[in-house]
Design a binder for this molecule. Structure first.
Ligand code: T4K
Length: 385
């Protein structure tokens, strides 16, 4: 068994396998019921269900330690943590970002009244191509906002050097990078701040949820205010904030899941290894190249279906869908090509991102997935040729 423990048995007993269910790109991990019930009892006793309650505060502190960062602020979802982090960091004008991401990244920039400038990505790991950043910098640029897409850490050292040379801020969208380390350092320590997503589809989930992590107390305090309407005292409102607080039910889920997260990451790693064994020598299939000195979280398993394969990405999806297997085309279409952006902002020249977006597929990956299903998915994929 690739992932052990009581929860795995409970999952199987509850009949997920028996039901001959469709296989989705991911499934959330749900902790054993008694573990969640334990926290529900506490909520019923305290009568506090939101507004920085005791479970919220416990989770915030535990996550700060787990992520090994100076300050961590919980949010009701990852997207709002990014919107507010951009606001708290005081970005202005243009922000250089990647088009190869989920809509949230660019929405957060634009919803702050800023202009996204799209930088192409690297063929190796699909993160921002740092050799193309400097040519996009203008006198209006205030920041670089790269994404550790699929949990592939960006070239953080090159980004740091460019940012320092041009006095730019760096905010990382680390929605996919929960618990990762680069050179032994928690990934949230790079740049001026980062955000993580704890959505149901993520490595660590709090139903919906997210966190912004920062190095300085001043920005941390701004975030703390902004997510609660800018309120700083019973009769004081100091800034124009909104409502983005994580509630106690979400925090309870997080407290349960944090205890299992290392085991879940190991389970994911075993699935990824099985995929790699099955697919590594298949002509026309390109797998994600991993770097040294990274602690990965195995958030996604992207596969590039190239010309030499004999069938295209859409055909692979079609064949798998017929068998009730639902991989996803993350991230297609590219954000700079979406209707809401293409008529408003310069889409830039991002040919590598276009190519990757047109040919990538992310295969099902979650710790509860059986090795037999991984093998079956690979056989079906290979048979598309
Ligand atoms: N930045 C980046 C780079 C991101 O990728 C994201 C979110 C964000 C920022 C914003 O973070 P959040 O505000 O979401 O915390 C999903 C997620 O909703 C989204 O969180 C994620 N990225 C994005 C990449 O994927 P969809 O529309 O593809 O999700 P959906 O509902 O189709 O779910 C995918 C599959 O997961 C389903 O086919 C079945 C399974 N599933 C899903 C849910 C919600 C379950 O089994 N149970 C569930 O409860 O966006």
């Amino acid at each position: 068994m690739h992932c052990t423990g009581k929860w795995k048995e409970a999952f199987l007993e509850e009949g997920m396998d028996k039901m001959n269910n469709p296989i989705y790109v991911t499934r959330p991990f749900l902790p054993p019921r008694e573990e969640y019930d334990h926290y529900l009892d506490q909520i019923w006793q305290s009568g506090v269900i939101t507004n920085a309650g005791p479970l919220h505060n416990q989770l915030e502190e535990q996550l700060r330690k787990y992520l090994n960062v100076p300050y961590a602020m919980l949010f009701t979802n990852g997207h709002l943590s990014l919107e507010f982090l951009i606001q708290a960091a005081g970005l202005t004008g243009e922000v250089i970002t990647t088009p190869f991401t989920f809509a949230s990244t660019v929405h957060a920039i634009v919803r702050n009244g800023l202009t996204p400038v799209f930088c192409d990505i690297s063929e190796d790991d699909y993160t921002m191509d740092t050799s193309k950043i400097e040519e996009l910098i203008t006198d209006k640029t205030s920041a670089i906002l790269p994404v550790h897409v699929y949990g592939n850490p960006c070239d953080v050292e090159s980004i740091r050097k460019i940012a320092r040379k041009h006095s730019l801020k760096v905010i990382y969208d680390a929605a996919h990078a929960f618990g990762e380390e680069v050179n032994g350092i928690g990934i949230g320590n790079y740049g001026d701040g980062s955000i993580f997503s704890f959505h149901a589809t993520k490595v660590f989930q709090t139903i919906e949820g997210g966190a912004a992590v920062v190095k300085d107390m001043e920005t941390g305090y701004k975030l703390y205010q902004l997510k609660n309407f800018g309120i700083t005292g019973e009769t004081t409102i100091s800034s124009i904030g909104a409502n983005a607080k994580m509630n106690e039910f979400q925090a309870a889920m997080g407290l349960c899941n944090l205890k299992h997260v290392e085991e879940l990451i190991t389970g994911r790693r075993n699935i990824v290894q099985r995929y790699e064994e099955n697919l590594k020598d298949v002509a026309g299939i390109r797998l994600n190249r991993r770097k040294e000195n990274i602690k990965y979280n195995y958030a996604y398993f992207p596969v590039l279906v190239e010309e030499g394969f004999g069938a295209d990405r859409d055909k692979v999806c079609e064949v798998l869908n017929k068998e009730q297997i639902y991989p996803r085309k993350y991230f297609y279409p590219l954000i700079n090509h979406c209707r809401c952006y293409r008529e408003r902002f310069d889409p830039g020249l991002t040919p590598v991102a276009e190519y990757i977006s047109d040919n990538i597929i992310t295969l099902p990956l979650y710790p509860q997935l059986s090795m037999e299903d991984v093998d079956r998915i690979c056989e079906l994929l290979k048979a598309c040729r």
